[in-house]
Design a binder for this molecule. Structure first.
Ligand code: ATP
Length: 437
């Protein structure tokens, strides 16, 4: 039976209560749509990024990592088209002062969706890039931008990576990093924020190989979410057609997830053709052509991009893992990303059980993310671990003292089994180890 969709309030409340996500600057009243990842959230986010990195770079011999600067030469944003075109159409209501993205309203909307008055302004374009100044002078010549995507850092380093890695086409560059967009209507918790993290891979191919490659990467990326235990009936592709297709893209597919607020984009997979490198070649005056030794041809490579949002992946993982059962709330994370992978629980603190548990915790910590919990009844402790998605609880009781065995309790089935204490690590390893891809 598929789980019922959680309500967004349930997710937000659990995230706050258990230390996954806090509103930013909370003691000062918060900052609209900014969030901080707490102890469990930052651990989970780190695993999501590690898994992406492993699966998108380390699992391939032809994909290389990059960590480019957030502040880049402003000319890059002219070349990429962001200065002129990275805008959203904004509409205001003159009566209630609400603000909307025109493309999020039904066509022919005349009255304000909030106050119902016919007082909407015409749509006007608003550039989403954050500006700041480099150096002490706050003038036009010193204006720089916070990057609105990580991709441009990859394009401008394409030749550096190609030469230093001594690669040939096809090859890819992967990067994880912060991006900033001055969104008109942020919202739905961490789904749309003004500061967020992207996980992008740009794959450079010979023109003609692009269609085969986009189809390969679509499959690869879909599998990535499925390996994270995301229910496949809550994932789908949405193909951009007609007007929806960006001017530079030959094909575009969104991976969408059925969030509590409806189907929404998790990741974009695009065939960007030779648009980006051609623009950078023109604007920088540098030759960015690729020379194919085998055929002696020169050409600008095509680019297949997989562009995922880390915060959106996190929100999807949290929503998908959430289940409200009769007696408990449980987060069914894939065990390899669970923020706490194993809880070690001595039945009581006395009679040496806590010491034995501390030793076991220390040994397991070398391999896994482990927490020892000695407070409250064992039933309460199981519930507490269920609620933060801990896949295994190892309990030490009086029998442990007699014969060096422990019970292992499985989060999903709640079944328990007894095994030798010195076998715990070997038992857990295949369940908790992060797969390569
Ligand atoms: P949307 O249509 O939702 O604004 P987009 O099509 O502009 O997204 P892209 O430019 O393709 O998004 O960015 C790639 C990915 O970066 C998105 O699929 C999403 O996961 C993430 N992303 C983009 N904007 C935001 C944001 N404001 N907050 C969180 N994640 C974002």
């Amino acid at each position: 039976m598929p789980d019922a969709q959680p309500k967004m309030e349930e997710i937000v409340s659990l995230c706050k209560r258990r230390g996954f996500i806090f509103p930013s600057s909370e003691i000062y009243g918060g900052l609209n749509s900014s969030y901080d990842y707490g102890p469990l959230g930052s651990e989970l986010k780190r695993s999501v990024k590690d898994y992406w990195w492993k699966s998108m770079t380390q699992a391939h011999t032809d994909i290389f990592g990059l960590d480019s600067a957030i502040l880049m030469a402003p000319k890059i944003w002219k070349a990429s088209g962001h200065l002129d075109n990275f805008t959203d159409p904004m509409i205001d209501c003159k009566s209630c002062k609400s603000r909307f993205r025109a493309d999020h309203l039904p066509p022919d909307t005349t009255a304000c969706p909030k106050c119902k008055e016919p007082t909407l302004t015409d749509a006007r374009n608003f550039n989403l890039m954050f500006k700041t100044f480099m150096g002490p002078l706050e003038d036009q010549a010193n204006t720089v931008f916070l990057r609105p995507e990580t991709a441009q850092g990859i394009y401008v380093n394409y030749q550096n990576v190609l030469t230093t890695s001594r690669s040939k086409l096809p090859f890819g560059i992967a990067q994880i990093g912060k991006a900033f967009r001055n969104e008109i209507t942020p919202g739905n918790f961490t789904f749309r924020t003004r500061e967020f993290e992207q996980m992008e891979m740009q794959y450079f191919v010979k023109p003609g190989d692009d269609e085969k490659e986009i189809s390969r990467w679509k499959d690869f990326r879909q599998t990535w979410y499925e390996k994270l235990n995301i229910q496949s009936d809550r994932l789908r592709f949405h193909e951009h057609k007609g007007n929806e297709l960006a001017h530079y893209a030959k094909a575009a597919f969104d991976i969408e997830y059925n969030f509590p607020f409806g189907w929404s984009e998790l990741e974009g997979i695009h065939n960007r053709t030779d648009f980006d490198l051609t623009r950078h070649q023109t604007h920088s005056g540098k030759n960015l052509q690729y020379f194919d030794e085998a055929t002696k041809e020169k050409f600008i490579p095509y680019i297949i991009e997989t562009s995922a949002g880390c915060d959106r992946a996190m929100l999807c993982i949290l929503c998908d893992a959430y289940a409200q059962e009769e007696a408990r709330t449980v987060l069914r994370f894939a065990p390899f990303i669970a923020p706490i992978q194993t809880a070690v629980l001595p039945l009581v603190r006395k009679d040496g059980l806590a010491d034995m548990a501390a030793n076991l915790t220390q040994a397991l910590q070398k391999k896994f993310r482990v927490q020892m919990d000695t407070t409250a009844s064992i039933g309460k402790r199981y519930r507490r671990q269920d609620e933060v998605g801990t896949p295994f609880c190892v309990t030490l009781d009086y029998e442990t003292k007699e014969n060096q065995t422990v019970t292992i309790r499985h989060r999903d089935s709640m079944q328990q089994e007894r095994i030798a204490m010195d076998q715990v690590e070997a038992y857990l390893m295949p369940h908790l180890q992060m797969p390569l891809q």
